[in-house]
Design a protein. Structure first.
Length: 239
């Protein structure tokens, strides 16, 4: 009887281990801005607020540095572009216990510097933009479930992690909100402001997590696609 119990316990332990290792939470991508003079701009018009990416170097986009790709830190960081497409409020702004909230839908595109490679595109609906009323920071957070968040990518290492349509989520952090002073509401929508941002995109996946060497190879290929800026920087570092 004791032998049977030990055997059963061992089998149960193995089953638990298999279940624990069959699903993994993976950081798909993390980034930060390269220039504090570039802004995410919120523009309130009537009952809606639209978020756009703005920089002098690349109108309509913000140059960023990818610091993590597929769960692997990138050193040096990979240069890329962040672009908001149709990111607009889809609900009424509310204030509860001093916290402002409003739903937003749209697309966040992260591409190589040339704009020819889809590093990660996030299409989302009813993500929540929130922050303390009058505060200088806020966040835009989306998670599937229960919201709609869908990732696509041209990078094989990322494709492997999002295969099978696993749960996907993202969080953008906005800081230095100064126009007007702090986060506020104008009528029924979040008031216009400017801010810098950084972000994390992640998934819970049952796909096989690529070996670190595979991520390194993907990062190398990505750098190669970033155009002359990345090539010149690598060449300079070898001198």
């Amino acid at each position: 009887m004791k032998a049977v119990s030990v055997r059963a316990l061992a089998l149960a332990s193995l089953a638990s281990l298999a279940m624990a290792t069959s699903s993994n939470a993976v950081t798909i991508l993390q980034f930060a801005q390269t220039n504090p003079a570039d802004f995410v701009t919120a523009t309130a018009a009537g009952a809606t607020t639209t978020l756009t990416t703005n920089s002098l170097a690349v109108p309509g986009s913000i140059p960023i540095q990818i610091t993590n790709l597929g769960g692997t830190p990138q050193a040096p960081p990979l240069p890329a572009l962040e672009t908001f497409v149709g990111v607009t409020s889809t609900g009424t702004a509310t204030t509860t216990a001093g916290t402002i909230e409003q739903l937003f839908s749209g697309t966040i595109r992260i591409t190589n510097v040339a704009g020819t490679t889809n590093v990660l595109t996030t299409v989302f609906a009813n993500a929540t933009l929130s922050g303390l009323a009058g505060g200088g920071s806020a966040s835009l957070v989306g998670s599937r479930p229960p919201q709609t968040v869908t990732f696509t990518s041209d990078i094989p290492a990322i494709q492997a992690l999002i295969a099978g349509n696993p749960p996907e989520n993202f969080s953008l952090s906005f800081s230095n909100i100064v126009t007007p002073p702090g986060l506020s509401i104008a009528g029924t929508t979040i008031a216009s402001f400017t801010a810098q941002n950084s972000g994390t995109f992640a998934t819970g996946t049952t796909a096989v997590v690529p070996e670190p060497s595979g991520i390194v190879m993907a990062g190398t290929a990505l750098i190669a696609g970033f155009g002359c800026f990345g090539w010149r920087r690598r060449q300079a570092s070898r001198v």
